[in-house]
Design a protein around this ligand. Structure first.
Ligand code: PMP
Length: 457
């Protein structure tokens, strides 16, 4: 917990109502929060209103928002068309316990953007989607192990709860069964030869799952040609290739990373933008693999069906928000606009770092950005930074006190980024947001440099 510094004091002065609300929350929630990524020291802001690219806390402060509903809001907050669709769905009933037309519209919208989605199964979250994808892969291949990459995040169920931010040796984190973690084959990211060698040696791999723009949507980027190489080597070994497009789906391109790179994975997991800012997820992909969920296919082909209930699968309100959002993404330049803002923001921040002689870099791809905070004191040029040349440990390492104070300094200056030191952009972020964000970084850096040693050029 950070205490007693001008940045903390300025934050506390600006957000007294959030401070008081956090005091109440402390006796209700562990760490006073409801999602680990919202952990903020000394306490998080409490928000009760949002519109477009901005949100307001309960003290009336306004922020340019780069949390973006954890990536779910490509169209920004409170898009009119999505709101109208949600209001209509709410008025008609929130749960019929029946099949309903909106789920058909929703899946049709997915298939239109992602042709690899020969079949769709909705879930209530991205975590559920990756869990089901693994189960389908095992049922389909008759093999047990799941291969995945260090730093790639796929939700919080047992198979995915290590090797992302810690436990890179594959040992389980607290509460996770060792005999589950033993069934996960962890590899360093980005090395095709390593994957080929691992698949040649480990013949019990059902699927390889990855974030297709790299760990944490590009914080740890992948080299050019890597995805094509994976497609080839997994097919050669009869291993299903699963793109986890929970973040990249309908963001980096209307068709996700697979649309951008023209690669057809066997299965894809989607969530976030899929459900237009409401809860929802899906596993989509090859019909013969999703046949393992099909009563008739199981009877015809003589296998035992994979069981899949889920009270909120394809709930009509999420379906309305999702189908409307995906329709807008298909018919407008929403992805392009967010991507263009991302490129401008990264360039402007790097110019700021260079002007201030700060050895940091803003990098990333599409509508995301990450700040390299140079924990290793490496010689870099912010205007020519190549994250592929840096080891993943260095890209992930952020000096904790600096990162915490950078976030607070940005909040004080009206910008909310994620706790990982980056953020996501919506199609509603505009020139005024861009200027405001660069000014906020300049002011926050000045505050930070007065308190902490920051790497300089
Ligand atoms: N996969 C990826 C790539 C994610 O970023 C996330 C969530 N940030 C998930 C899966 C899990 O999704 P959810 O939070 O909806 O369970």
């Amino acid at each position: 917990m950070l205490t007693n510094s001008p940045i903390i004091n300025a934050y506390a002065e600006k957000t007294p109502s959030s401070g008081a609300m956090a005091d109440r929350a402390r006796s209700l929630f562990p760490s006073a929060i409801t999602h680990d990524s919202r952990h903020t020291s000394p306490y998080a802001i409490y928000v009760d209103k949002a519109e477009g690219s901005r949100k307001w806390d309960i003290d009336g402060n306004v922020y340019v928002d780069y949390f973006g509903g954890h990536g779910a809001l490509l169209l920004g907050h409170c898009n009119d068309q999505v709101e109208q669709a949600v209001a209509a769905a709410l008025g008609a009933g929130t749960h019929f316990g029946s099949s309903h037309p909106l789920e058909v519209d929703w899946a049709t919208a997915v298939q239109r953007l992602m042709p690899s989605a020969e079949r769709v199964r909705f879930t209530a979250s991205g975590t559920e989607a990756t869990h089901m994808a693994m189960r389908l892969a095992r049922a389909h291949t008759g093999k047990d192990r799941i291969m995945r990459f260090r730093t790639h995040f796929h939700g919080w169920h047992d198979h995915m709860a290590f090797g992302v931010s810690n436990h890179f040796d594959g040992t389980p984190t607290p509460g996770v069964l060792a005999n589950v973690s033993e069934q996960v084959h962890l590899l360093d990211p980005g090395d095709l030869d390593l994957v080929a060698a691992a698949l040649a040696q480990d013949t019990d791999v059902a699927a390889l799952i990855l974030e297709p723009t790299g760990g944490s949507w590009g914080m740890i980027p992948l080299p050019p040609g890597f995805l094509q190489g994976l497609r080839e080597v997994t097919a050669r070994h009869g291993v299903l290739l699963i793109f986890d497009e929970v973040v990249t789906g309908f963001r980096v391109h209307p068709g996700g990373a697979q649309g951008l790179h023209a690669i057809k994975p066997d299965l894809t997991t989607v969530a976030k933008i899929l459900a237009g800012g409401l809860p929802g997820g899906a596993v989509v992909g090859r019909a013969d693999v999703l046949d393992h969920l099909d009563f008739q296919a199981a009877a015809d082909k003589g296998f035992e069906k994979v069981h899949h209930p889920g009270t909120f699968n394809a709930n009509p309100v999420s379906a309305a928000a999702g189908a409307t959002t995906l329709g807008i993404i298909a018919d407008t330049d929403a992805c392009d606009r967010a991507n263009a803002f991302g490129a401008n923001l990264r360039q402007r921040l790097n110019q700021l770092f260079a002007d201030r002689s700060i050895a940091w870099a803003a990098y990333g791809s599409h509508s995301g950005f990450h700040v390299y905070m140079n924990a290793s004191g490496t010689q870099i040029d912010p205007l020519d930074f190549d994250p592929l040349a840096r080891p993943y440990q260095d890209l992930k390492a952020k000096p904790p006190a600096q990162l915490a104070k950078l976030r607070l300094g940005l909040l004080i200056n009206g910008v909310d980024i994620m706790g990982s030191g980056g953020g996501v952009i919506s199609a509603t972020h505009d020139e005024a947001d861009l200027d405001h964000t660069v000014d906020a970084f300049a002011a926050a850096l000045a505050m930070l440099q007065a308190e902490e040693p920051v790497a300089t050029l």
